[in-house]
Design a protein around this ligand. Structure first.
Ligand code: ZN
Length: 83
């Protein structure tokens, strides 16, 4: 079977975006779609709890939390296209 027909595992950044969106720790700019930080501590705590219950396959909870925090570090609270 060709490799392209196999479902690829979710990439770490896709997983992080999904968890953080679900927790409302990030939100896309309604006009441009760029993810923005929401600086909401309860939402980040919730994202960490989601990471523990829905982790990246084969990764420890600590590794999953580190992936989330790295993803958050790469974001800003401004949309780069809104200027
Ligand atoms: Zn924007």
């Amino acid at each position: 079977m060709p490799a392209a027909t196999r479902r690829k595992p979710e990439a770490a950044d896709q997983w992080a975006a999904r968890i953080l969106l679900h927790a409302h720790a990030i939100a896309p700019c309604p006009e441009h779609g760029f993810m923005r930080l929401r600086f909401h501590h309860a939402a980040i705590d919730y994202a960490h709890a989601l990471a523990a219950s829905d982790p990246l396959p084969g990764k420890s909870k600590a590794k999953c939390v580190a992936v989330l925090d790295d993803f958050l570090d790469g974001l800003s609270d401004d949309c780069p296209a809104c200027g």
